[in-house]
Design a protein around this ligand. Structure first.
Ligand code: NAP
Ligand code: GDP
Length: 322
């Protein structure tokens, strides 16, 4: 970024990843605030990004030079399965409004957020950045996945037609402070932390969904935030970049459950409800491209990140999103 004043607009600033970006900007000596940067964190109270007029008014008000685009309708496996159309439409409209206005207002760079669930269901492993459009996504979240794939299509087309510098990143499953701890419409880690807490409090069984066999890579929201900021400053391609821990750090849902039990200090029984869906078996992603560009990046160990998340959950249990 140029040393002249930059206005960096973070859409979805009140969410899991947006709050982590704010934390890194305010606390991290390497990736944090630099001279001349003004960071603006949007929430849905600043305007509904599904609405073209509200989105335009936000760009008129802040005149951003850069955008980190996080705002989205986000849910875990069960939320997606119940509402594929809503996930498709809301995200398609939000993304179109953001990129269209970024072009209209001459934004120098946009980094949008995709997800590893957008990759083809039937594929070879590890998955890499070249495979985004190579086959249908898993059926459980095809609405969300197709809307996110269209961001990559738009980025390419905005660059081709107007020379815009719009790119995207592809994170794996994210967790951390400020997550959505809803019992149904959340991702597995926040959902299970909340369920484990209730089991401990009420002396009821702690039940996880599915078989526990699926495999996932998890990224701590603060690591993802550091990498988002690095991408904004250093990554110069339109094509997406996978932001993931190494393949060797993939864990089963059963291992996640065991780690949550340990981090929560839970002493009761726990089991799996195999009548509930497993979703995609795995989506092992390669971080080779990332590590070739940012070889010194250090990921927070999973257990350290999980303990920080559980501590945050316990401190904020009365006000968490649930
Ligand atoms: P989140 O915690 O659910 O936060 C969503 C954010 O988007 C909130 O700030 C919310 O504002 C805002 N938002 C939602 N709908 C909006 C609308 N119509 N108008 C304006 N703002 C709206 O989500 P997150 O987990 O931080 O996700 C951030 C990005 O990462 C998303 O693009 C998501 O697809 C991607 N991602 C997430 C994961 C994951 O595991 N969480 C994995 C891969 C990729 P309010 O708080 O005001 O409602
Ligand atoms: P995904 O990575 O996009 O599939 O999303 P999730 O974060 O929802 O992870 C889903 C995996 O965790 C599936 O294998 C689920 O069966 C399993 N799982 C176990 N318990 C839960 C739970 O309480 N909530 C969620 N969302 N998933 C769970």
């Amino acid at each position: 970024m140029s040393p002249a004043k930059s206005v960096i607009l973070v859409t979805g600033g009140s969410g899991l990843v947006g709050k982590a970006v704010q934390w890194v900007v305010e606390n991290d000596s390497k990736y944090g605030q630099r001279e001349g940067e003004e960071w603006v964190y949007l929430t849905s109270k600043d305007g509904n990004l599904i609405d073209p007029a509200a989105t335009k008014a936000i760009f008129e008000k802040y005149r951003p030079t850069h955008v980190i685009h996080l705002a989205a309708k986000v849910g875990g496996l069960f939320g997606n399965m119940a509402a594929n159309l809503d996930y498709f439409r809301d995200n398609l409209l939000i993304n179109d409004n953001i990129l269209f206005n970024a072009k209209e207002f001459g934004v120098k760079k946009v980094v949008s957020c995709l997800s590893t669930c957008i990759f083809p269901d039937k594929t070879s492993y590890p998955i890499d950045e070249t495979m985004v459009h190579q086959g249908p996504p898993h059926d459980s979240n095809y609405g969300y996945s197709h809307s996110k794939r269209m961001v990559d299509v738009m980025n390419r087309a905005y660059n081709q037609q107007y020379g815009c510098n719009f790119t995207s990143v592809i994170p794996t499953n994210v967790f951390g402070p400020h997550d959505n701890f809803h019992l149904v419409n959340s991702h597995v880690i926040p959902g299970l932390i909340h369920k484990c807490y209730l089991a401990q409090e009420n002396g009821t069984p702690f039940i996880m969904a599915g078989t526990g066999r699926p495999l996932r890579q998890f990224i701590y929201s603060r690591d993802l935030a550091r990498l988002f900021i690095w991408t904004l400053r250093e990554y110069n391609e339109i094509t997406p970049l996978i932001l993931s821990v190494p393949e060797e750090e993939e864990v089963s849902i059963k291992q996640v459950g065991d780690s949550i039990v340990k981090a929560m200090g839970y002493t009761g029984d726990y089991r799996f409800d195999t009548s509930k869906a497993d979703g995609q078996y795995k989506k092992t992603a390669s971080n080779k491209k990332l590590m070739s560009l940012n070889p010194d990046f250090q990921f927070t160990p999973f257990d350290v990140a999980l303990n920080e998340t559980v501590d945050w959950f316990k401190e904020n249990v009365d006000t968490i999103r649930k």
